[in-house]
Ligand binder design. Sequence first.
Ligand SMILES: NC(=O)c1ccc[n+]([C@@H]2O[C@H](COP(=O)([O-])OP(=O)(O)OC[C@H]3O[C@@H](n4cnc5c(N)ncnc54)[C@H](OP(=O)(O)O)[C@@H]3O)[C@@H](O)[C@H]2O)c1
Ligand SMILES: *[C@@H]1O[C@H](CO)[C@@H](O)[C@H](O)[C@H]1NC(C)=O
Ligand SMILES: *[C@@H]1O[C@H](CO)[C@@H](O)[C@H](O)[C@H]1NC(C)=O
Ligand SMILES: *[C@@H]1O[C@H](CO)[C@@H](O)[C@H](O)[C@H]1NC(C)=O
Length: 288
Amino acid sequence: MASLVWFITGASSGLGQSLALYALSAGHKVIGTVRNTTKSAAAVQAIEGKGGRVLILDVTKADTVVDTVKQAESIYGKIDVLVNNAGYSLLGAIEDFNEQESHLQFETNFFGPLRTIRAVLPGMRANGSGMIVNVSSIAGQNANPSCGLYGASKFALEGLSEALSKEVAPFGVSVLIVEPGAFRTNFLSALQLNERGLSEPYQNGPVRTALDLFHAANGNQKGDPERAVARIFEVVTGEGQAGSLKGKILRLPLGPDCVNRLEVKLKTVSSDLEAAREVALGTDIVDA
Ligand SMILES: NC(=O)c1ccc[n+]([C@@H]2O[C@H](COP(=O)([O-])OP(=O)(O)OC[C@H]3O[C@@H](n4cnc5c(N)ncnc54)[C@H](OP(=O)(O)O)[C@@H]3O)[C@@H](O)[C@H]2O)c1
Ligand SMILES: *[C@@H]1O[C@H](CO)[C@@H](O)[C@H](O)[C@H]1NC(C)=O
Ligand SMILES: *[C@@H]1O[C@H](CO)[C@@H](O)[C@H](O)[C@H]1NC(C)=O
Ligand SMILES: *[C@@H]1O[C@H](CO)[C@@H](O)[C@H](O)[C@H]1NC(C)=O
Protein backbone atom coordinates (compact mmCIF):
# COMPACT_ATOMS: atom_id res chain seq x y z
CA MET A 1 0.00 0.00 0.00
CA ALA A 2 0.99 3.63 -0.39
CA SER A 3 3.09 5.19 2.32
CA LEU A 4 1.09 6.80 5.13
CA VAL A 5 1.81 9.83 7.30
CA TRP A 6 1.88 8.85 10.99
CA PHE A 7 1.63 11.21 13.96
CA ILE A 8 2.70 9.35 17.12
CA THR A 9 2.62 10.87 20.62
CA GLY A 10 5.08 9.69 23.28
CA ALA A 11 7.70 8.65 20.71
CA SER A 12 10.58 9.10 23.18
CA SER A 13 10.42 5.54 24.45
CA GLY A 14 8.70 2.17 24.49
CA LEU A 15 5.86 1.35 22.11
CA GLY A 16 5.77 4.88 20.63
CA GLN A 17 9.45 4.92 19.70
CA SER A 18 9.37 1.34 18.40
CA LEU A 19 6.30 2.01 16.26
CA ALA A 20 7.88 5.18 14.84
CA LEU A 21 11.05 3.30 13.83
CA TYR A 22 9.07 0.35 12.49
CA ALA A 23 6.89 2.54 10.24
CA LEU A 24 9.96 4.44 8.99
CA SER A 25 11.72 1.18 8.12
CA ALA A 26 8.64 0.19 6.12
CA GLY A 27 8.99 3.38 4.05
CA HIS A 28 6.25 5.43 5.73
CA LYS A 29 6.47 9.04 6.88
CA VAL A 30 6.52 9.63 10.64
CA ILE A 31 6.18 12.64 12.90
CA GLY A 32 6.87 11.61 16.50
CA THR A 33 6.34 13.82 19.51
CA VAL A 34 8.46 13.98 22.66
CA ARG A 35 8.23 16.25 25.70
CA ASN A 36 11.89 17.11 25.96
CA THR A 37 14.36 16.77 23.10
CA THR A 38 17.36 17.02 25.45
CA LYS A 39 16.20 14.27 27.78
CA SER A 40 15.14 12.15 24.81
CA ALA A 41 18.09 13.01 22.53
CA ALA A 42 18.77 9.34 21.72
CA ALA A 43 15.21 8.71 20.54
CA VAL A 44 15.17 11.96 18.56
CA GLN A 45 18.42 10.97 16.86
CA ALA A 46 17.12 7.47 16.08
CA ILE A 47 13.89 8.79 14.55
CA GLU A 48 15.54 11.60 12.57
CA GLY A 49 18.30 9.23 11.50
CA LYS A 50 15.69 7.15 9.70
CA GLY A 51 14.17 10.21 8.03
CA GLY A 52 11.43 10.87 10.60
CA ARG A 53 10.53 14.21 12.11
CA VAL A 54 10.20 15.12 15.78
CA LEU A 55 8.01 17.81 17.36
CA ILE A 56 7.78 18.80 21.00
CA LEU A 57 4.44 18.08 22.67
CA ASP A 58 3.22 17.64 26.21
CA VAL A 59 -0.35 16.42 25.73
CA THR A 60 -1.43 17.96 29.05
CA LYS A 61 -0.72 21.45 27.68
CA ALA A 62 -4.11 22.10 26.09
CA ASP A 63 -3.17 25.32 24.31
CA THR A 64 -0.25 23.75 22.38
CA VAL A 65 -1.99 20.73 20.85
CA VAL A 66 -3.80 22.43 17.94
CA ASP A 67 -0.69 24.33 16.82
CA THR A 68 1.50 21.24 17.04
CA VAL A 69 -0.96 19.24 14.94
CA LYS A 70 -1.12 22.09 12.38
CA GLN A 71 2.67 22.15 12.26
CA ALA A 72 2.67 18.37 11.73
CA GLU A 73 0.04 18.60 8.95
CA SER A 74 2.13 21.20 7.16
CA ILE A 75 5.16 18.89 6.94
CA TYR A 76 3.64 16.34 4.54
CA GLY A 77 0.29 18.04 3.81
CA LYS A 78 -1.80 15.71 6.02
CA ILE A 79 -1.92 13.17 8.81
CA ASP A 80 -3.25 9.71 7.89
CA VAL A 81 -2.76 7.91 11.19
CA LEU A 82 -2.92 9.48 14.65
CA VAL A 83 -1.48 7.24 17.37
CA ASN A 84 -2.39 8.35 20.88
CA ASN A 85 0.33 6.49 22.72
CA ALA A 86 1.61 8.90 25.39
CA GLY A 87 0.60 7.68 28.81
CA TYR A 88 1.73 6.56 32.23
CA SER A 89 0.29 4.79 35.24
CA LEU A 90 -0.45 6.31 38.62
CA LEU A 91 -0.65 3.65 41.33
CA GLY A 92 -2.01 3.64 44.84
CA ALA A 93 -5.12 3.04 46.91
CA ILE A 94 -8.12 4.97 45.62
CA GLU A 95 -8.71 6.40 49.09
CA ASP A 96 -5.18 7.82 49.14
CA PHE A 97 -5.01 9.74 45.82
CA ASN A 98 -5.04 13.54 45.96
CA GLU A 99 -6.93 15.84 43.54
CA GLN A 100 -3.86 16.99 41.67
CA GLU A 101 -2.34 13.59 40.87
CA SER A 102 -5.79 12.22 39.94
CA HIS A 103 -6.35 15.07 37.50
CA LEU A 104 -2.89 14.72 35.96
CA GLN A 105 -3.53 11.03 35.25
CA PHE A 106 -6.68 11.95 33.30
CA GLU A 107 -5.01 14.97 31.68
CA THR A 108 -2.39 12.69 30.13
CA ASN A 109 -4.25 9.46 29.42
CA PHE A 110 -7.71 10.83 28.55
CA PHE A 111 -7.82 14.57 27.81
CA GLY A 112 -4.51 14.37 25.88
CA PRO A 113 -5.97 11.95 23.30
CA LEU A 114 -9.25 13.89 23.27
CA ARG A 115 -7.32 17.03 22.31
CA THR A 116 -5.23 15.43 19.56
CA ILE A 117 -8.32 13.71 18.15
CA ARG A 118 -10.25 16.95 17.90
CA ALA A 119 -7.24 18.61 16.29
CA VAL A 120 -6.75 15.97 13.55
CA LEU A 121 -10.39 15.33 12.67
CA PRO A 122 -10.96 18.39 10.42
CA GLY A 123 -8.03 17.31 8.20
CA MET A 124 -9.11 13.66 8.14
CA ARG A 125 -12.71 14.57 7.34
CA ALA A 126 -11.56 16.87 4.55
CA ASN A 127 -9.62 13.99 3.04
CA GLY A 128 -12.38 11.44 3.60
CA SER A 129 -9.95 9.06 5.28
CA GLY A 130 -7.86 8.57 8.39
CA MET A 131 -7.25 6.27 11.29
CA ILE A 132 -7.11 7.04 14.97
CA VAL A 133 -5.28 4.53 17.13
CA ASN A 134 -5.71 4.85 20.87
CA VAL A 135 -3.28 2.88 22.97
CA SER A 136 -5.41 1.78 25.88
CA SER A 137 -4.51 -1.18 28.08
CA ILE A 138 -5.94 -4.42 29.35
CA ALA A 139 -6.55 -2.15 32.37
CA GLY A 140 -9.11 -0.40 30.14
CA GLN A 141 -11.21 -3.57 30.38
CA ASN A 142 -10.14 -5.26 33.59
CA ALA A 143 -9.10 -3.01 36.48
CA ASN A 144 -6.97 -4.41 39.29
CA PRO A 145 -6.23 -3.06 42.79
CA SER A 146 -3.81 -0.08 42.82
CA CYS A 147 -4.84 0.80 39.23
CA GLY A 148 -8.07 2.62 40.09
CA LEU A 149 -7.15 5.92 38.46
CA TYR A 150 -5.12 4.39 35.61
CA GLY A 151 -7.90 1.92 34.82
CA ALA A 152 -10.50 4.70 35.04
CA SER A 153 -8.53 6.83 32.55
CA LYS A 154 -8.26 3.91 30.12
CA PHE A 155 -11.94 2.90 30.58
CA ALA A 156 -12.82 6.53 29.77
CA LEU A 157 -10.59 6.42 26.69
CA GLU A 158 -12.31 3.23 25.55
CA GLY A 159 -15.78 4.73 26.04
CA LEU A 160 -14.80 7.78 24.04
CA SER A 161 -13.21 5.65 21.31
CA GLU A 162 -16.27 3.43 21.04
CA ALA A 163 -18.59 6.42 20.55
CA LEU A 164 -16.09 8.12 18.25
CA SER A 165 -15.86 5.10 15.97
CA LYS A 166 -19.61 5.39 15.36
CA GLU A 167 -19.54 9.17 14.91
CA VAL A 168 -16.74 9.31 12.36
CA ALA A 169 -17.44 6.19 10.30
CA PRO A 170 -19.53 8.26 7.82
CA PHE A 171 -16.43 10.41 7.18
CA GLY A 172 -14.29 7.42 6.27
CA VAL A 173 -12.33 7.74 9.52
CA SER A 174 -11.75 4.60 11.57
CA VAL A 175 -10.71 3.92 15.12
CA LEU A 176 -8.60 1.21 16.70
CA ILE A 177 -8.23 0.62 20.44
CA VAL A 178 -5.02 -1.24 21.31
CA GLU A 179 -5.05 -3.17 24.59
CA PRO A 180 -1.54 -4.31 25.52
CA GLY A 181 -0.87 -6.68 28.41
CA ALA A 182 2.53 -6.34 30.08
CA PHE A 183 5.21 -5.35 27.54
CA ARG A 184 8.87 -4.79 28.33
CA THR A 185 9.12 -1.01 27.91
CA ASN A 186 9.98 1.79 30.30
CA PHE A 187 6.35 1.70 31.51
CA LEU A 188 6.93 0.01 34.88
CA SER A 189 9.96 2.22 35.59
CA ALA A 190 7.84 5.29 34.87
CA LEU A 191 5.11 4.25 37.32
CA GLN A 192 4.12 7.06 39.66
CA LEU A 193 3.16 6.17 43.19
CA ASN A 194 0.60 8.37 44.88
CA GLU A 195 2.24 11.19 46.81
CA ARG A 196 1.23 10.32 50.35
CA GLY A 197 2.10 6.63 49.99
CA LEU A 198 0.06 3.68 51.16
CA SER A 199 -1.96 4.61 54.23
CA GLU A 200 -2.10 2.30 57.22
CA PRO A 201 -5.36 0.42 56.40
CA TYR A 202 -3.91 -0.62 53.01
CA GLN A 203 -0.49 -1.75 54.27
CA ASN A 204 -1.55 -5.37 54.02
CA GLY A 205 -4.06 -6.54 51.44
CA PRO A 206 -4.87 -6.36 47.73
CA VAL A 207 -3.32 -2.97 46.99
CA ARG A 208 0.00 -3.87 48.66
CA THR A 209 0.05 -7.24 46.83
CA ALA A 210 -0.58 -5.55 43.47
CA LEU A 211 2.17 -2.95 44.04
CA ASP A 212 4.65 -5.69 44.98
CA LEU A 213 3.74 -7.60 41.81
CA PHE A 214 4.36 -4.52 39.64
CA HIS A 215 7.79 -3.98 41.17
CA ALA A 216 8.72 -7.63 40.71
CA ALA A 217 7.48 -7.57 37.10
CA ASN A 218 9.67 -4.62 36.06
CA GLY A 219 12.23 -5.91 33.56
CA ASN A 220 10.58 -9.34 33.44
CA GLN A 221 7.50 -8.50 31.37
CA LYS A 222 6.97 -11.24 28.79
CA GLY A 223 5.62 -8.94 26.07
CA ASP A 224 8.01 -8.03 23.22
CA PRO A 225 7.37 -4.39 22.20
CA GLU A 226 8.76 -5.08 18.70
CA ARG A 227 6.10 -7.72 18.11
CA ALA A 228 3.40 -5.46 19.55
CA VAL A 229 4.19 -2.60 17.17
CA ALA A 230 4.50 -4.94 14.19
CA ARG A 231 0.94 -6.19 14.83
CA ILE A 232 -0.36 -2.62 15.31
CA PHE A 233 1.30 -1.57 12.04
CA GLU A 234 -0.25 -4.52 10.22
CA VAL A 235 -3.78 -3.82 11.46
CA VAL A 236 -3.46 -0.16 10.43
CA THR A 237 -2.04 -0.90 6.96
CA GLY A 238 -3.86 -4.15 6.21
CA GLU A 239 -0.55 -5.85 5.42
CA GLY A 240 1.20 -8.90 6.89
CA GLN A 241 0.32 -11.38 9.63
CA ALA A 242 -2.43 -9.32 11.30
CA GLY A 243 -3.41 -7.34 8.20
CA SER A 244 -6.65 -9.24 7.65
CA LEU A 245 -8.01 -7.67 10.88
CA LYS A 246 -8.03 -4.18 9.33
CA GLY A 247 -11.53 -2.73 9.40
CA LYS A 248 -12.88 -5.81 11.21
CA ILE A 249 -12.08 -5.03 14.84
CA LEU A 250 -12.47 -2.09 17.19
CA ARG A 251 -10.23 -3.61 19.89
CA LEU A 252 -6.82 -5.23 19.40
CA PRO A 253 -5.78 -7.26 22.47
CA LEU A 254 -2.03 -8.00 22.67
CA GLY A 255 -0.33 -10.63 24.84
CA PRO A 256 -1.42 -13.92 26.46
CA ASP A 257 -1.89 -12.12 29.80
CA CYS A 258 -4.27 -9.71 28.09
CA VAL A 259 -6.26 -12.56 26.51
CA ASN A 260 -6.53 -14.26 29.89
CA ARG A 261 -7.73 -11.14 31.74
CA LEU A 262 -10.14 -10.23 28.96
CA GLU A 263 -11.70 -13.69 29.19
CA VAL A 264 -12.08 -13.33 32.95
CA LYS A 265 -13.70 -9.91 32.44
CA LEU A 266 -16.16 -11.20 29.83
CA LYS A 267 -17.15 -14.12 32.04
CA THR A 268 -17.77 -11.77 34.98
CA VAL A 269 -19.98 -9.47 32.90
CA SER A 270 -21.80 -12.42 31.42
CA SER A 271 -22.34 -14.08 34.80
CA ASP A 272 -23.68 -10.83 36.35
CA LEU A 273 -26.03 -10.46 33.39
CA GLU A 274 -27.39 -13.98 33.74
CA ALA A 275 -27.79 -13.69 37.52
CA ALA A 276 -29.63 -10.35 37.22
CA ARG A 277 -31.53 -11.03 33.97
CA GLU A 278 -35.01 -11.43 35.52
CA VAL A 279 -34.54 -8.39 37.74
CA ALA A 280 -33.26 -6.29 34.82
CA LEU A 281 -36.12 -7.31 32.53
CA GLY A 282 -38.73 -6.34 35.11
CA THR A 283 -38.15 -2.58 35.36
CA ASP A 284 -40.30 -1.13 32.50
CA ILE A 285 -43.33 1.05 33.25
CA VAL A 286 -46.34 -1.27 33.39
CA ASP A 287 -49.18 0.12 31.25
CA ALA A 288 -52.47 0.24 33.22
N1 LIG B 1 4.14 -1.51 28.52
C1 LIG B 1 3.02 -2.02 28.99
O1 LIG B 1 3.04 -3.02 29.69
C2 LIG B 1 1.72 -1.36 28.71
C3 LIG B 1 0.58 -2.09 29.03
C4 LIG B 1 -0.66 -1.52 28.75
C5 LIG B 1 -0.73 -0.27 28.19
N2 LIG B 1 0.40 0.43 27.90
C6 LIG B 1 0.24 1.76 27.32
O2 LIG B 1 1.12 1.93 26.24
C7 LIG B 1 1.41 3.31 26.07
C8 LIG B 1 2.90 3.49 25.88
O3 LIG B 1 3.58 3.07 27.05
P1 LIG B 1 4.99 2.33 27.02
O4 LIG B 1 4.77 0.97 27.53
O5 LIG B 1 5.65 2.50 25.72
O6 LIG B 1 5.72 3.14 28.20
P2 LIG B 1 6.97 4.16 28.21
O7 LIG B 1 8.16 3.47 27.66
O8 LIG B 1 6.98 4.66 29.62
O9 LIG B 1 6.53 5.33 27.22
C9 LIG B 1 5.53 6.26 27.57
C10 LIG B 1 5.60 7.46 26.67
O10 LIG B 1 4.55 8.40 27.04
C11 LIG B 1 5.14 9.69 27.13
N3 LIG B 1 4.38 10.60 28.00
C12 LIG B 1 4.01 10.43 29.28
N4 LIG B 1 3.35 11.51 29.72
C13 LIG B 1 3.27 12.38 28.67
C14 LIG B 1 2.69 13.67 28.46
N5 LIG B 1 2.06 14.33 29.43
N6 LIG B 1 2.79 14.25 27.23
C15 LIG B 1 3.44 13.62 26.23
N7 LIG B 1 4.02 12.40 26.38
C16 LIG B 1 3.94 11.80 27.58
C17 LIG B 1 6.53 9.44 27.62
O11 LIG B 1 7.30 10.58 27.33
P3 LIG B 1 8.53 11.09 28.26
O12 LIG B 1 9.71 10.33 27.78
O13 LIG B 1 8.57 12.54 27.95
O14 LIG B 1 8.16 10.79 29.68
C18 LIG B 1 6.91 8.22 26.77
O15 LIG B 1 7.28 8.60 25.47
C19 LIG B 1 0.82 4.04 27.29
O16 LIG B 1 -0.40 4.67 26.90
C20 LIG B 1 0.56 2.91 28.26
O17 LIG B 1 -0.52 3.21 29.13
C21 LIG B 1 1.62 -0.10 28.16
C1 LIG C 1 14.92 18.61 29.53
O1 LIG C 1 15.77 17.57 29.96
C2 LIG C 1 17.01 18.06 30.41
C3 LIG C 1 17.92 16.84 30.62
O2 LIG C 1 17.28 15.81 31.33
C4 LIG C 1 16.80 18.90 31.66
O3 LIG C 1 18.05 19.38 32.14
C5 LIG C 1 15.89 20.08 31.32
O4 LIG C 1 15.57 20.82 32.47
C6 LIG C 1 14.60 19.58 30.66
N1 LIG C 1 13.86 20.71 30.13
C7 LIG C 1 12.60 20.96 30.48
C8 LIG C 1 11.95 22.14 29.81
O5 LIG C 1 11.98 20.27 31.28
C1 LIG D 1 -5.42 15.57 2.01
O1 LIG D 1 -4.43 14.77 1.39
C2 LIG D 1 -3.74 15.42 0.33
C3 LIG D 1 -2.74 14.48 -0.26
O2 LIG D 1 -3.16 13.15 -0.22
C4 LIG D 1 -3.06 16.67 0.83
O3 LIG D 1 -2.47 17.37 -0.26
C5 LIG D 1 -4.07 17.57 1.52
O4 LIG D 1 -3.40 18.66 2.07
C6 LIG D 1 -4.80 16.82 2.57
N1 LIG D 1 -5.76 17.71 3.19
C7 LIG D 1 -5.88 17.85 4.49
C8 LIG D 1 -6.86 18.86 4.95
O5 LIG D 1 -5.24 17.19 5.29
C1 LIG E 1 -9.43 7.91 21.28
O1 LIG E 1 -9.64 8.48 22.51
C2 LIG E 1 -10.06 9.81 22.44
C3 LIG E 1 -9.96 10.45 23.79
O2 LIG E 1 -10.04 9.57 24.81
C4 LIG E 1 -11.45 9.87 21.88
O3 LIG E 1 -11.90 11.22 21.78
C5 LIG E 1 -11.40 9.30 20.51
O4 LIG E 1 -12.71 9.13 20.10
C6 LIG E 1 -10.67 7.97 20.48
N1 LIG E 1 -10.32 7.74 19.15
C7 LIG E 1 -10.72 6.70 18.55
C8 LIG E 1 -10.37 6.63 17.14
O5 LIG E 1 -11.31 5.82 19.11
